[in-house]
Design a protein around this ligand. Structure first.
Ligand code: KIV
Ligand code: ZN
Length: 513
C-alpha cells in the first residue's frame, strides 16, 4: 500500500461547538478544553470568534498566548474590523491562523448580503489580502459553499488562493449535502481550479441530515486534506462532524481509506467526557465511539461470540478509544496511590493538588458507599476539577421533610463569604421546587428553571446522583452541576453552581465598566 496521506484535524469545538444552544463555556473551561485538544493531538484549534464578544476575544487571546503544540485559529468575517480584532487576539501565538469567511450562495448573496457576484469576489480578495498582511497562515471559507453554484465557487476559491489563502474550506453550512453531492463539489474544485495545488482543501459539514461524517469522508476521498469537526459533534443546530467518529472511521477502515491523522485515539473518551461536563450537553448512550453503550453487548448470541473471539462482534477495542479495560471497585481502605492509578487508567491527568481534593472527596464518599466504581470516580473528578469556579455561595446543611399530599418543608443553610444564613420554606411543588425557592430566597437571585436532568453515575441503588440544571436569570442562561449520593443535595449544589456563575458574570461585568 502507498504511504498514507496525512489528514489535518481542525477542531472547532470552542467556536462552532460553542454555538450549540446552551453550550457556552467560561474562560477556565475553554482553557481546559484547549489543553485536552492538544493532548488529543488535533492540528488546529479554532479557539473562537474574537469580535463576537469580549469573552470570546479574551479566550482566543489566552489560548493563543499560552497554548503550544497546535495551530491556534480565530474566526473573522470578511472585513478589516473583524480581521484586525482576530489578529489582536492571535498575535502572541507561536503558530496563528486567521480564518476569514464570506457567504457565496445565491440565497445568501440575494437575501443576507444584497451583493452581486463581482462584489463578493472583490470583498473576498480584499479580506484575504488584509489577513495575509498579518499572518502567513490564512484560511478562507465561502459560507454555504455546498449550495453555491459550482462555477462561481470555483472562481471564488481561485481568487482567494491568488490573494494568499493557504487553506480553502468548503462549508456545508446548512447540512444540505449528501456524500455524492459533496464528492462532486470537491472533485470539481480539484479539476477546475488551476491554482488548487497551492492550498489545502478543507471540509466543514453540518449534520442536519445526519450525514456530516459521511460527507466529510466523501470529501477526503476526492482530495480534501483537512477536516473540520467538534468533540461529540456539538455545534449549530444538529451539530458538526463528530471528531471521534470521523477519526475512528478512517482508522478502523484503513484497509480502504489510506489516511492517517495525528490523533491519539485513546484520548477520545476522556476528551468527550470533559466537553460533555463543561457544556452540560450529555452524550447519548448509543452515540458511536464514546457513548456508554458503544461497546456494550446485550444479545446472548453476541456475548457468546465475544467470549470466543472479540472480533466476531467488535470492530474496535474499547481501550483504543479510551474506555478503561475493567470496572475496578475501590473502597474505604483504598489509598491515594490506588485512586491516582485508577484516575490515570480512566484518562484523567491530575495535578498533586487536584488529586488531594479528589482523594478527600473519595474518602467521604467511601464512608457512605461501600463500593466506589469508575463512574463514581469520574463523577468526583469532573465535579471537583473540571470548570472549577469560585464557591461564592456554598451549602452548609439542609433539613427536608416531604410527605404525600402535603407541601414539603425545607430548612436551608447557605454560606457566603464565611457568613451563614438560614431560611425555611413551607411551600413548593415537591422537594426540588422547595430547594429552588429556598435558594432564591437566600441568595436574592431569581431563577427560571429551563432544564433539569438527573442521572446516576453508576449502577446500584446507592449510586451517586448527577444533576445538571439550566436556569435563566435576567434573560441569560446559566448551567450548574452537582453530584451527591443524596439527589436533593446534588440539586442544591447544582443550583448553587449556577448561582455562582451568575455572581461571577456580574462581578466581571462590573469590573469591566
Ligand atoms: O458553517 C459554516 O459555514 C461555518 C463557517 C464560519 C466556516 O461555520
Ligand atoms: Zn459551521
Amino acid at each position: 500500500m502507498a504511504t498514507p496521506k496525512s489528514i489535518k484535524i481542525f477542531d472547532t469545538t470552542l467556536r462552532d461547538g460553542e454555538q450549540s444552544p446552551g453550550a457556552s463555556m467560561n474562560l477556565n473551561e475553554k482553557l481546559e478544553v484547549a489543553q485536552a485538544l492538544i493532548d488529543l493531538g488535533v492540528d488546529i484549534i479554532e479557539a473562537g470568534f474574537p469580535i463576537a464578544s469580549p469573552g470570546d476575544f479574551e479566550a482566543v487571546r489566552e489560548i493563543a498566548t499560552t497554548m503550544k503544540g497546535a495551530t491556534i485559529c480565530g474566526l473573522a468575517r470578511c472585513n478589516n474590523k473583524d480581521i484586525d480584532r482576530a489578529w489582536e487576539a492571535l498575535k502572541h501565538s507561536e503558530d496563528p491562523r486567521i480564518h476569514v469567511f464570506l457567504a457565496t450562495s445565491a440565497i445568501h448573496r440575494e437575501f443576507k448580503l444584497q451583493m452581486t457576484r463581482e462584489q463578493i469576489i472583490a470583498k473576498a480578495i480584499e479580506g484575504v489580502q488584509h489577513a495575509v498582511g498579518y499572518c502567513d497562515d490564512v484560511e478562507f471559507s465561502p459560507e454555504d459553499a455546498a449550495r453555491t453554484e459550482i462555477d462561481f465557487l470555483c472562481e471564488v476559491v481561485e481568487k482567494a488562493i491568488d490573494a494568499g489563502a493557504t487553506t480553502v474550506n468548503i462549508p456545508d453550512t446548512v447540512g444540505y449535502a449528501t456524500p455524492a453531492h459533496m464528492a462532486s463539489h470537491i472533485r470539481a474544485l480539484v479539476d477546475r481550479v488551476p491554482n488548487i495545488d497551492k492550498a489545502i482543501i478543507s471540509i466543514h459539514c453540518h449534520n442536519d441530515l445526519g450525514l456530516a461524517v459521511a460527507n466529510s469522508l466523501a470529501a477526503v476521498q476526492e482530495g480534501a486534506g483537512q477536516i473540520e469537526c467538534t468533540i461529540n459533534g456539538i455545534g449549530e443546530r444538529a451539530g458538526n462532524t463528530a471528531l471521534e467518529e470521523i477519526v475512528m472511521a478512517m482508522k478502523t477502515r484503513n484497509d480502504f481509506y489510506n489516511y492517517t491523522t495525528n490523533i491519539n485515539s485513546n484520548r477520545l473518551v476522556p476528551t468527550s467526557r470533559l466537553v460533555s461536563t463543561v457544556t452540560g450537553i450529555q452524550v447519548q448512550r448509543n452515540k458511536a465511539i464514546v457513548g456508554r453503550n458503544a461497546f456494550a453487548h446485550e444479545a446472548g448470541i453476541h456475548q457468546d461470540g465475544m467470549l470466543k473471539e472479540p472480533s466476531t462482534y467488535e470492530i474496535m477495542r474499547p481501550e483504543d478509544v479510551g474506555f478503561a479495560k475493567t470496572d475496578l471497585v475501590l473502597g474505604k481502605h483504598s489509598g491515594r496511590a490506588a485512586l491516582a492509578d485508577r484516575a490515570k487508567q480512566l484518562g484523567y491527568r491530575l495535578t498533586g493538588e487536584q488529586l488531594q481534593d479528589v482523594f478527600t472527596a473519595f474518602k467521604e464518599l467511601a464512608d457512605k458507599k461501600k463500593e466506589v466504581y469508575d463512574g463514581d470516580i469520574s463523577a468526583l473528578i469532573e465535579n471537583k476539577v473540571y470548570g472549577e469556579i469560585e464557591d461564592i455561595w456554598s451549602l452548609v446543611e439542609f433539613d427536608l421533610s416531604t410527605k404525600s399530599n402535603s407541601p414539603p418543608t425545607i430548612k436551608l443553610t447557605l454560606k457566603k463569604n464565611n457568613e451563614e444564613m438560614t431560611c425555611e420554606q413551607n411551600d413548593g411543588d415537591g422537594p426540588i421546587d422547595a430547594a429552588f425557592l429556598a435558594t432564591e430566597k437566600l441568595t436574592g437571585i431569581a431563577l427560571a428553571c429551563k432544564e433539569f436532568q438527573v442521572r446516576s453515575a453508576t449502577i446500584g441503588r446507592d449510586a451517586q446522583g448527577e444533576v445538571i440544571v439550566r436556569v435563566e436569570h435576567e434573560g441569560e442562561e446559566f448551567k450548574g452541576r452537582g453530584v451527591s449520593i443524596n439527589t436533593v443535595e446534588a440539586t442544591i449544589i447544582a443550583v448553587l453552581n449556577a448561582v455562582n456563575r451568575i455572581e461571577i458574570t456580574k462581578q466581571l461585568r462590573a469590573n469591566a465598566e
